[in-house]
Design a protein around this ligand. Structure first.
Ligand SMILES: C[S@@+](CC[C@H](N)C(=O)[O-])C[C@H]1O[C@@H](n2cnc3c(N)ncnc32)[C@H](O)[C@@H]1O
Length: 273
């Protein structure tokens, strides 16, 4: 998707917000050719070294065998659907893979995984911060690609987070975010989280380190525009089955019809050069 939306070079430095249970996607980025990966979470879910090593070794095999991407029959709820699920050989050419998958390089990535936050051979480094709260964990204008999957709907301080994303990206840097606006089990309707008053919501959240921030699509769009990102794609998933406007809590009463029926979005954007 990034290539389709204008990413033209192999990203060297990548960062992920909220990797969750494993560092798998970042490891895939390193295998594909990146040399630095930052993983930033609020809870250290992905701290299991053995599990990360197993996932890493499975990923290396998938790359070596040029395995197809699992399609919508394997993961029907995973969006966006792709035009093609073939191994992206037009992006990861044989010449590039011969370099990227060289056993010495793969050994250096594994070593970096065993020695987080230390530089390994080939200049490869994996930095994992959980919790991360200081934007200084990443140098300004040092990252080529930032991504997140099902994370930005959880972030409490979206304004500073978008500012941080902007600050970390190099001019011309690229970002990709999938945002899931569903109620995450807090209501039976997909958009039922917007019916609760602030007090009821505080009780529902309790002492959890994060839940969902209840911000709709437009909040993200405004923050992206305010931070001066150029939006390259915003694929919305629409759903008209949820609660109607008359059931919205006071603070959401003025929500647009588009937000009320937007269940998810896949956004890619760049920072101007
Ligand atoms: C639904 S999980 C998604 C995990 C993973 N990206 C995936 O697709 O499986 C949400 C993740 O966001 C993380 N998260 C919540 N607030 C965050 C924040 N402010 N900064 C970074 N990560 C955050 C959570 O700890 C959790 O790992």
């Amino acid at each position: 998707m990034a290539c389709q939306n204008g990413l033209t070079s192999y990203p060297e430095v990548v960062a992920e917000l909220g990797p969750g249970n494993s560092l798998g996607t970042g490891l895939a980025a390193l295998i594909a050719g990146a040399n630095a990966y930052y993983a930033l979470d609020v809870v250290e879910y992905a701290g299991n070294k053995q599990r990360n090593i197993e996932i890493f070794e499975e990923l290396v095999e998938l790359f070596k065998k040029r395995t197809e991407i699992p399609d919508e029959t394997a993961f029907p709820r995973l969006r966006p659907y792709l035009d093609s699920y073939e191994f992206p050989g037009q992006i990861l050419s044989e010449e590039h893979l011969a370099w990227a998958l060289h056993p010495d390089r793969i050994g250096s990535i594994k070593n970096a995984l065993l020695n987080l936050n230390n530089i390994s051979g080939h200049g490869i480094k994996i930095s994992f911060y959980a919790p991360w709260y200081d934007t200084k964990v990443i140098k300004n204008e040092s990252v080529n690609l930032i991504f997140s999957q099902a994370v930005l709907e959880h972030v409490d301080d979206l304004t500073s987070t978008y500012e941080a994303l902007y600050r970390w990206l190099k001019p011309g840097g690229f970002m990709s975010h999938e945002i899931d606006f569903k109620s995450h089990g807090t209501a039976k309707e997909w958009n039922g989280h917007w019916k609760y008053s602030d007090i009821a919501w505080k009780l529902i959240r309790g002492k959890r380190p994060y839940l969902i921030n209840r911000q709709p699509y437009l909040t993200h769009l405004n923050l992206l525009q305010k931070s001066n990102f150029n939006i390259l794609c915003n694929l919305k998933i629409k759903d008209h089955s949820g609660i109607r406007r008359n059931r919205l809590a006071l603070r959401f009463k003025n929500m647009s019809e588009d937000d009320l029926t937007t269940r998810g979005v896949f956004i890619q954007a760049t920072k101007a050069k």
